[in-house]
Each structure stands twice: as structure tokens, then as C-alpha cells.
Design a protein around this ligand. Structure first.
Ligand code: COA
Ligand code: AMP
Length: 638
């Protein structure tokens, strides 16, 4: 048996021994004597009774153990031409001061801090500062609009919001502070303070609630804070992710299990060693950013790169190659859409010339399915293993991957390879029975989930159970469909629910529909994710207009104006990342007799697939009428 198979079998046969051993790779204030607490199924906790602090493992431990002068963080910003780096000792100093600032603002253990920051070092510093004092951070991606931010503020109820005056995108400077002010205005919960990083690209106006970051952080102005001792099971963060309804789900992550899982994955999945340079091109607003820009690489004693730019256009498709060469990057982690964008701009990878990529060993991809074409292109051009890994905000680290640090298995394009130790991945049919190899079904994970995964949803155990655990008792429902082949390789084919994946970003159909429904012309609407060659999927809307002369008799110009207004509403209510690709005005939406809109059927029609029509459809003629606008391959009654 190979190393992967040995480790996987051991994690299944003896999870207690496996995860206690893994726990010895990180520091504890009180060591765990027990791995799994299964006294309250289906709620499982890891390392009960143990005490720790993830910030200690990310920073203090390395400074104490001789890495004080090693570079911990490199900030590279092609959009502002800013660059700087911090050693572990310097980062610890800044984090200690930021933790002191938060403490002075009244933030204590268990209090929440909402972070709405662009990709600047202060984002990482703030997250670690929260962890340091046992506060719970909730980072909201800067591309979300005030309404989405307000919903998260109301759910997390933070004492403090940390933000910046602006974000800098490819083509424009985006004022962040007015969005925070508007979100607080909209929210029922009012945070006490807003801690504001003023950036030179745009200064924000301030009010009574605002505290200037630079002033508060001046050496001597604040007493640096030490690491609070927290329980392994204490919450570290809440990260909101999109479900099918408009209300985001607050994924909870703890200190203890998460740090063990991240340390284990940096070594065994990613094959990284202390001192290696690691580059994740994502955003701290997503789980990939939490796990593999901030916590994972720092816990593992690597150098992490905070990159404020895009794969293309900042300034061109060579930017990743420049970063790899300039900082001797060993591994890059990004979303397939980023490589599709590079391939589109520079199909022959001519811009790679002149960049010394000799340090580069592996390309990791996640966030959406890695399509075989993109895999082939990246493999041909980079001549290193291109490794797909499949996971979700909920799990916090890969469910399936080629475990590069343990043993590289053959790569099968289109597959995220094999289940990671700790994850008992099974494909179930609608009756909850395991299907034979090669047969598609619901991708599920047998409980308990391993350390690092969500223990519940923020203050909503009932929704955790109903969303993930009730479909198949004893199993966690991932929401993805797929199959396992004869060699045990997992092929994830896409969501089985109505969640969208746009450029590796997860968006809710319900949230976009709610924005559209707020327009006075809209009687009813449905949003589906349709295939897109660059972004994987893009949202497309079908709207039914209200009866009456005003909306029924719109001419072409009126319809064009309506489409613009609807697109604008989505940008304003959800955010710029949810760009509507197309709006179709239709006479009616197809529904089941119980009123459920047949989004999946419409999606299949729009993607040119053989559409499955449930036998419970209320009026089949509605689908026939839609065929012209959606395009239809054929439908089969099920
Ligand atoms: N703050 C504010 N606005 C943001 C933002 C942020 N952090 N990120 C994106 N936006 C805005 C952009 O400015 C853009 O606005 P515009 O329509 O007014 O120009 C809009 O959201 C869409 O941006 P984006 O999704 O980046 O699309 P794009 O067409 O500009 O770029 C790609 C296409 C493929 C280059 C880009 O989507 C990309 O880099 N994808 C990688 C995704 C990724 O890393 N995912 C993480 C999961 S692991
Ligand atoms: P998020 O929680 O935003 O990371 O999105 C998770 C979802 O993205 C998963 O449920 C999948 O639908 C999709 N996804 C992420 N990584 C992959 C992958 N490697 N292969 C296929 N789908 C993926």
C-alpha cells in the first residue's frame, strides 16, 4: 500500500489516534487528551478540554522557535504599485498592537468584529488580532454591496467594523467607507465603532463612530495585547456563504480543529515546508483566503503572499509569472477561472518568457470544477503537476485532492482525485443507498466530519441540521453531485441545488431574485446559473412582468431600459460580482403543482442539455413557450 492509502485507512480505522497524532504538530496551552467529542450527535466537536490560540501557532510560536527574521508576509499590489514585506517578528508586533486597539475599543473574548477590507496587509493583521484576543472575526468580501453587508452585520452583531477608505480594482477606485456607512444605516444592529484604514488613493470622510487606524496603531499609543487562552472549541470566525435563499449561512470555525487541519493539509496535501513561499491568488473574503492566505501558510511557517491584483489586466496576463519569479514561489493556489482568463489573453503563454519559474513546483486549483481543457493548458505551459482540490466554505480545507505531500497519485483530468484522510466520502442515491462506482448521485460525507470543518451555523443549530444533515441521516450533504470511479477517484459535476458559482465565487439565486423582485415591474422572477467560458457560470434572469398597460406594452427601448435597471438593482443590492449576463422577459415560469420553480430544468435547457422535466409539472406548455428564449436540446419527462 502507498503512503496515501495507509494514511487514509488509518484515519478511517482509528480517527482518535490519527487526529491526536496530527494535533501534536501544533502548540497547545493545554494539550488535548481526547480527539472527538461525540456525546451530542449529530453535533460533533474536536479536542474537548484542550486550550490554545490559533494566532499563537501562526506567529508567536515561529518567533520563539527561530523564525523571527523570516519573511512572513509579502504584500504585492500591481493596482497601486505598492509592495512591502513583514518578518514574523514584525507581523507579530503589528498584530499585537491591532489586538490592543481592538481591546481598547471594548472588544473581548467572543465579541464579533466584521472586516470589510480589500487585499491589504491590514486585513490579515485584523484577522489575526481578533484571534489573538479570542474575538470572532467575520470577513465580508469587498465585492458585496451594502445590503449584503448589512445582512451580515445584523446576523453577527459586531462591536466593531474594520474597513478601509477604498478598494482598488482593475479599472477604478471603489469607495468602501460609504458602503459601510450605508450598511450600518440599513442594519438594525449598530456597531459601536468603525476602525478605518485611510488609503492614499482616496481619503474617506469620517464621523463620530470612526477611529483612524494609523493613529490608533502608532507605537506607544496602544498597549500590545498578548494571546488569550481559548478553548479548542471556541469560535475563531464566522464566514457567511450563500445558500439557495437570500439569507446567508454563517459558517462557524473553531480554533483547535482548524489549526490542526490546516497544519496537516499544508504538509500532506500541499507538500509545503517551513520557509517555503506560498502564493494564494484569491481574496480574504472567501474561505480559500482564510485558510490559505492567512492561517494555513503562517501556521506552517511559510511566507504568504497577499496579492492585490487580478490574473489579467494588472497590468497583463504575465502578472502571476512575475510574482512567482520575483519571490521564488514554490506553489500557487488559485481558481480555474483565473487560468481561463490568462489563457484567453495569452493563449501561447508567450508572456511567460523571461520569467524564471525554476522555484515553482505545483499549481493547486479550487473554487469550481477544473475543466480538462484548462488543466491541459496549465500542465503544458507550466510543466508542473496541476492539482484540483474540491472543498467548500463549510469544510474549510480540501475534502478531496491529490495529496502531494504524502504521495502523488496519477492525475485524472476532471477529477479532484481522492478523498482526503478524515473524510468518508460516499455517493448516495435518492433513497440514501450507496451507488456502485461510476454511478452519479449526491456527494455526501459520513459523519462525523473531520477537525476544521463547521461544527454548526452561527447561532442556528436548527438550520445547520435542516440544510446539511436532514436529507440523509448520519451524513453531511455537500450539495454537489458526482461519482466515484473504479479507482476511487471523485468526479464532482456541479451543484444539485440552486447555488451559483461565478468565477469561483458562490452566490445565491435567492439573493439575486430578491433584488429583481424589488423592481416595480417584476411580478415574478427566477435566476439560473448558465455556463460561461470564462467565469464557469453566470447568472441569467427570467422575469414575468406585472399585468397592466405600463409594463405589458413596453417597446424595445422600454425593454432595454428595464434590463439596464434590473442589472443595476442587482449590482446595488448584491454587488458588482453578480453581474447579470442576460434578462429574458417571459410570459410565465415553469412550476411544479406545489409551486416550486423548475430552475434546474431551465438551466439544462439554457446549457443545451437534455432537460429533465418532473412529472409534477403544472403546465408543460410553459416550458414549450420558453424553449425559444432558452434554447432547447430536448426534454424528457421524469
Ligand atoms: N471589491 C469591490 N469590487 C470588486 C471586488 C472587490 N474585492 N472584486 C471584484 N469587484 C468588482 C469588479 O470591479 C467588477 O466590477 P465592474 O463590473 O464594475 O468592472 C465586478 O466586481 C466583477 O469582477 P470580477 O468577478 O473580478 O470580473 P472581471 O471580469 O473583472 O474579471 C476574472 C474576471 C476571471 C479575471 C476575475 O473574476 C478573477 O480574477 N477571478 C478569480 C476568482 C478567484 O480568485 N476566486 C476565488 C475563489 S478561490
Ligand atoms: P465555496 O464554498 O464558495 O468554496 O464553494 C463551494 C462549491 O464550489 C462546492 O460545493 C462546489 O460546487 C464548487 N467547487 C469548489 N471546488 C471545486 C472543485 N475543485 N471541483 C468542483 N467543484 C468545486
Amino acid at each position: 500500500m502507498g503512503a496515501y492509502s495507509d494514511e487514509y485507512q488509518r484515519s478511517m480505522a482509528d480517527p482518535e489516534g490519527f487526529w491526536l497524532d496530527a494535533a501534536s504538530a501544533v502548540h497547545w496551552f493545554k494539550k488535548p487528551t481526547q480527539a472527538l467529542d461525540d456525546t451530542n450527535p449529530p453535533f460533533y466537536r474536536w479536542y474537548p478540554g484542550a486550550q490554545t490560540n490559533i494566532c499563537y501557532n501562526a506567529l508567536d510560536r515561529h518567533v520563539i522557535e527561530g523564525r523571527a527574521d523570516q519573511t512572513a508576509l509579502i504584500y504585492d499590489s500591481p493596482v497601486t504599485e505598492g509592495r512591502c514585506s513583514y518578518s514574523y517578528a514584525e507581523l507579530l508586533d503589528l498584530v499585537g498592537r491591532a489586538a490592543g486597539v481592538l481591546k481598547a475599543l471594548g472588544v473581548g473574548k467572543g465579541d464579533r468584529v466584521v472586516v470589510y477590507l480589500p487585499m491589504i496587509p491590514e486585513a490579515v493583521i485584523t484577522m489575526l488580532a481578533c484571534a489573538r484576543i479570542g474575538a470572532v472575526h467575520s470577513v465580508v468580501f469587498g465585492g458585496f454591496a451594502p445590503a449584503e453587508l448589512a445582512a451580515r452585520i445584523d446576523d453577527a452583531r459586531p462591536k466593531v467594523v474594520v474597513t478601509a477608505s477604498c478598494g482598488v480594482e482593475r479599472t477604478r477606485v471603489i469607495p468602501y467607507k460609504p458602503m459601510v456607512d450605508e450598511a450600518i444605516e440599513r442594519a438594525e444592529h449598530k456597531p459601536d465603532r468603525v476602525l478605518l484604514v485611510q488609503r492614499p488613493q482616496l481619503q474617506a470622510e469620517t464621523g463620530e463612530r470612526d477611529i483612524d487606524w494609523a493613529t490608533a496603531m502608532k507605537p506607544g499609543a496602544v498597549e500590545p495585547a498578548g494571546c488569550e487562552t481559548v478553548a479548542a472549541t471556541d469560535p475563531l470566525y464566522v464566514l457567511y456563504t450563500s445558500g439557495t435563499t437570500g439569507k446567508p449561512k454563517g459558517i462557524v470555525r473553531d480554533h483547535g480543529g482548524y489549526q490542526v487541519a490546516l497544519q496537516w493539509s499544508m504538509t500532506n496535501v500541499y507538500g509545503m515546508e517551513p520557509g517555503d513561499v506560498w502564493f494564494t491568488a484569491s481574496d480574504v473574503g472567501w474561505v480559500v483566503g482564510h485558510s490559505y492566505i492567512v492561517y494555513g501558510p503562517l501556521i506552517a511557517g511559510c511566507t504568504t503572499i497577499v496579492f492585490e491584483g487580478k490574473p489579467v489586466g494588472t497590468p497583463d496576463a504575465s502578472t502571476f509569472w512575475r510574482v512567482i519569479a520575483e519571490y521564488s514561489v514554490k506553489a500557487l493556489f488559485t481558481a480555474p477561472t483565473a487560468f481561463r482568463a490568462i489563457k484567453k489573453e495569452d493563449p501561447d503563454a508567450a508572456l511567460m518568457a523571461g520569467h524564471d519559474l525554476s522555484s515553482f513546483r505545483t499549481l493547486f486549483m479550487a473554487g469550481e470544477r477544473l475543466d480538462p481543457d484548462t488543466w491541459q493548458w496549465a500542465t503544458d505551459k507550466l510543466r508542473v503537476p496541476v492539482v484540483d482540490n474540491w472543498w467548500q466554505t463549510e469544510t474549510g480545507w480540501p475534502i478531496a485532492s491529490n495529496q502531494m505531500g504524502l504521495e502523488q497519485l496519477p492525475i485524472k483530468p476532471g477529477s479532484a482525485a481522492v478523498p482526503t484522510p478524515g473524510y468518508d466520502v460516499q455517493i448516495l442515491d435518492s433513497m440514501g443507498e450507496q451507488v456502485p462506482p461510476g454511478t452519479e448521485g449526491a456527494v455526501c460525507i459520513k459523519l462525523p466530519l473531520p477537525p476544521g470543518t463547521l461544527p454548526t451555523l452561527w447561532q442556528d443549530d436548527a438550520r445547520y441540521e435542516s440544510s446539511y444533515l436532514s436529507a440523509y441521516p448520519g451524513y453531511y450533504l455537500t450539495g454537489d453531485g458526482g461519482y466515484i470511479d473504479d479507482d476511487g477517484y471523485l468526479f464532482v459535476l456541479g451543484r444539485t441545488d440552486d447555488v451559483l458559482n461565478v468565477a469561483g465565487h458562490r452566490l445565491s439565486t435567492g439573493g439575486i431574485e430578491a433584488a429583481l423582485a424589488g423592481h416595480p415591474a417584476v411580478a415574478e422572477c427566477a435566476v439560473i446559473g448558465v455556463a460561461d467560458p470564462l467565469k464557469g457560470q453566470v447568472p441569467r434572469a427570467l422575469v414575468v412582468l406585472k399585468a397592466g398597460d405600463k409594463w405589458a406594452n413596453l417597446d424595445d427601448a422600454g425593454l432595454a431600459q428595464l434590463r439596464t435597471e434590473l442589472g443595476q438593482r442587482v449590482r446595488e443590492e448584491v454587488g458588482a460580482i453578480a453581474t447579470l449576463q442576460q434578462v429574458d422577459v417571459v410570459a410565465a415560469l415553469p412550476k411544479t403543482r406545489s409551486g416550486k420553480i423548475l430552475r434546474k430544468t431551465m438551466r439544462q435547457m439554457a446549457d443545451g442539455q437534455d432537460a429533465q422535466v418532473p412529472s409534477t409539472i403544472e403546465d408543460p406548455s410553459v416550458l414549450d413557450a420558453l424553449a425559444k428564449s432558452l434554447g432547447r436540446q430536448g426534454t424528457s419527462q421524469g
